[in-house]
Structures are given as C-alpha cells and as structure tokens.
Design a protein around this ligand. Structure first.
Ligand SMILES: NC(=O)c1ccc[n+]([C@@H]2O[C@H](COP(=O)([O-])OP(=O)(O)OC[C@H]3O[C@@H](n4cnc5c(N)ncnc54)[C@H](O)[C@@H]3O)[C@@H](O)[C@H]2O)c1
Length: 420
C-alpha cells in the first residue's frame, strides 16, 4: 500500500516516509542526516547532484554519520537511484514523499516548482532564489503548495530556535514598547575557492565556485545575511518598502572571486518608518559579528545573548540558555512529525521568498548606489539565469582576457541589469 494518497499527505505513523535530496553538498548532507535522525520512520531513497563526486562524498558522509547513531539502515539509496546532471532532480523527486532542496539557490525556484508539481512535501534551504523573476516563481508555487496542503519548511532555522521564538513573543507582548529601529550583522571572513582546472567549461567552473556568481548565489548579502534580515522582518511582521546603501570589493579582488562584493551596508526602510541598518562583510582580520538587535521605545532585544534590556542597559529579561534547542534538527523534527501525522502545518515558502527578496533589494541598492523601491524591484522581471542549463552554455558573466569578471559599479550599474 502506498503511504500517501495522490495529494501525498495522509501518512500513517508507522509508514516509511521516503526522502530524496537534491544538492548533495555540505548542507544537503547535513539536512539528510537531520531528516533521518527524527523520531519518524524516514528513509533516504534517492540522491541528485550536478556532479558525481559530490554525490558520492555525500553518500559516504551520510552513511558514516548515521552509523554513529545506529540509524544507517535508514539509508536505502540503490545505485540506480543516484542521479547526476542538470535533470537529476526530476528523477529523484519522483521517488520521494519529501524532498530536500539544497543546491545553490539559483536553482531553487525550478526545483521547488517541480517538487510541488509532483505533490511532494519540501524542506528547502534559504535563500529561495537569487533574482526577482525567481522570487515571483517561488511566490506563485507557494500558492500551489498551500492549495495542495503540502508542508514547506525553509531553512531559516532561527524561526525554529527556542530563544528566538521566546524573544519574538516578548516583543509582540510589548516588552520593549514600539519597535523604532533595528540592526543586523553578518561580518566574517568569507568562504572557499575551488581553483579552475584544465578542461573545465565556464559552466562547470561557475557551478563549482557558485558562491561568487550572482545567478547561482545572489552575493553574500543574500546567501548568508538573509538569516539576520529575516529575523528583523519576523519581528516587524513586514518587509521593507525601500532600500539604499553602499558596498564594493576592497580585499576580494582578482579572478578567483567572480563578481560578488565583499561588503554591503544597507539602510532598509519599512512602511511604518522603522529603519533597519544592515551590514555584511567578508574581510579577514576585521571584526566578526553575526547578530541582530531591535530597539524599542522602552528597551532593546539582543538576539545572540538572548536578553532584553531597558534603554539604559539594565537587564529586563534573560532567556535561560539551558532551554535552547538545536534549530537545524528542530526544523526537521517538526516537519516530519507533521507529515507522519498527516497534518498541514508549515507554509514557509512565502515568507522565505519575501526575506530572500529583501536581501536582493539590498543588493540592488548597493550595486546601483540608488534608492530602490520594493515594488519596483520585485516587479522588475530581472532574471540572472543563463538561457540554458548545459555544460557548454554561455554564462551571464564571462571572464575577460585576463580571466576577470565584470563587477557592479555603484552609480553606473542599473540594479542588476548591467550584470547580464
Ligand atoms: N541554513 C543554513 O544555515 C545554511 C548553511 C549552509 C548552507 N545553506 C544553504 O544551502 C544551500 C547549499 O549550500 P552548501 O553549503 O551545501 O553548498 P555546497 O556547494 O556544499 O553544495 C551544493 C551542492 O549542490 C550541487 N548542485 C549544484 N547545482 C545543482 C543542480 N542544478 N542540481 C543538483 N545539484 C546541484 C553541487 O554540486 C553541490 O554538491 C545554499 O542555498 C546555502 O545558502 C544554508
């Protein structure tokens, strides 16, 4: 007897919930281990990746991690259910009840659309797109997911973290009065580089260095800083109407770093006049800080420290850190429990898309050096994807004779359009 009806929804508690992963990198591997570590009867049945070496490494790591937990029998991926290439996602999705989408975010709209078309529940990593066209697609598919009552969790894990949930409820209950401003930081060193190898096509090079190309990554304001921006959107229950800011490349120079900036500082303005000052930086040797702060008329919330003070800094409330959970695990625990019970409880796609859009709006502001309005940005139709996904495809940004890529120039670049 199949576990799910056509709508892939009515699971019995003892039935196997079959999982497929699309994008078998660091996060896909981690998410699979977390999905298979829940209390439900979950099995991994299919894997898809653009590259065979990434898939093989992930399979090995998943098996090893689950062996340590005595759960390795939950890995049931037959050789023929390991799929490689640009179309691999379609075949893997077909075999599952729940799909984990963890490729670079440029592919997320396409993969999310296919998962919902095939009536699957979804865990998808943030960001959920890299450009406004992708955001529009995710928003549209989010409606289909709702109509079909398919659970969708987005990996903005602070939404599933006890301290954040507790502090948010206190903000709503008036602990700091009315919110007047906010700050958000993701400042640290930056990420890996995979050197170009002889024979690599430009597509392969960019895919293996996806972090540095906007059609795949969206720049680090989108890829990482979305976490902090989303916390502020959550607290304000809103999204900014306007953004203006500045950014550039001070230390991230040369042909290894594609087209992204190494710093962005954005002032986001919400409809009620609240300002979010947001900063993200990838520069070694500078102050590291990943955090959020919200200021109200009566007090401040410090999220990392999980405390609330009055305006003079006197402690009003301290979250008991012993009550903290592991949010990466928690988001899978609640998702798989809901699916096993046949419940429809999670519709994160819309808010995930709008927080992703907030970060894209920030990028449009720093790249152009202009004040950019939400409505104009989200309806701009800007699409950074290549015309086709193929190993010999022409990329939106090709290297010049020196191997360097065009980089946005504030005052010259028009939103993202100049990068096409
Ligand atoms: N929530 C979090 O805290 C968190 C942490 C890390 C990463 N992430 C997110 O997870 C996603 C993946 O990041 P990562 O660090 O695992 O990257 P990664 O490079 O380790 O893994 C990405 C994998 O996707 C594969 N891939 C690329 N294009 C594909 C396609 N079209 N079809 C199938 N596979 C494809 C790559 O080959 C690679 O194996 C990103 O969106 C990232 O922002 C979230």
């Amino acid at each position: 007897m199949p576990m799910f009806t056509n709508a892939n929804f009515f699971a019995g508690a003892n039935d196997v919930i079959k999982v497929a992963v699309v994008g078998c990198g660091g996060r896909g591997t981690g998410a699979v281990v977390q999905a298979l570590s829940t209390k439900q009867n979950v099995q991994l049945v299919a894997m898809a990746d653009a590259f065979r070496d990434r898939l093989d490494r992930s399979y090995k790591n998943v098996v090893e991690a689950l062996k340590e937990k005595g759960l390795d029998k939950r890995v049931q991926v037959k050789e023929e259910n390991k799929f490689v290439g640009f179309d691999a996602y379609k075949q893997a999705i077909l075999l599952a009840d729940v799909v984990i989408l963890a490729t670079p975010p440029g592919f997320r709209p396409l993969h999310f659309e296919e998962a919902i078309r095939q009536n699957k529940h979804v865990f998808m990593e943030k960001p959920v797109a890299t450009d406004p066209a992708g955001i529009q697609k995710v928003l549209q598919v989010a409606q289909d997911a709702k109509r079909k009552k398919l659970n969708v969790v987005v990996g903005l894990q602070r939404r599933y973290q006890n301290s954040y949930i507790d502090l948010m409820s206190r903000i709503k209950d008036g602990a700091i009065g009315d919110v007047v401003s906010a700050q958000a930081w993701w400042n640290n060193d930056g990420v890996w580089v995979n050197p170009r190898k002889p024979g690599m096509t430009e597509m392969e090079y960019q895919m293996r260095n996806w972090y540095y190309f906007n059609w795949l990554c969206g720049d680090h304001i989108t890829e990482q800083h979305i976490h902090n921006i989303d916390v502020i959107n959550w607290a304000l229950e809103d999204y900014p109407a306007l953004a203006q800011g500045m950014g550039g490349r001070e230390v991230r120079k040369g042909k290894d770093y594609g087209e992204i900036f190494d710093h962005h500082f954005v002032e986001f303005q919400y409809g009620n006049g609240v300002i979010l000052n947001s900063q993200c930086r990838h520069q070694k040797g500078t102050m590291a800080k990943v955090d959020e702060l919200i200021m109200g008329t009566k007090g401040k919330v410090f999220f990392n420290d999980a405390r609330i003070t009055d305006l003079k800094g006197n402690l009003i409330y301290q979250f008991d850190k012993k009550k903290e959970n592991q949010p990466y695990q928690a988001e899978h625990d609640v998702l798989f429990e809901a699916i096993a019970k046949g419940e429809y409880k999670f519709w994160d796609a819309e808010r995930g898309a709008k927080s992703t859009m907030t970060s894209i709006l920030g990028r449009m502001a720093t790249y152009s050096g202009q004040r950019v309005a939400w409505d104009k940005a989200i309806n701009s139709g800007i699409n950074l994807q290549p015309a086709v996904y193929a190993w010999d495809a022409k990329m939106p940004n090709m290297p010049d004779a020196e191997g360097l890529y065009a980089v946005a120039v504030p005052g010259v670049t028009k939103f993202d359009v100049a990068m096409k």
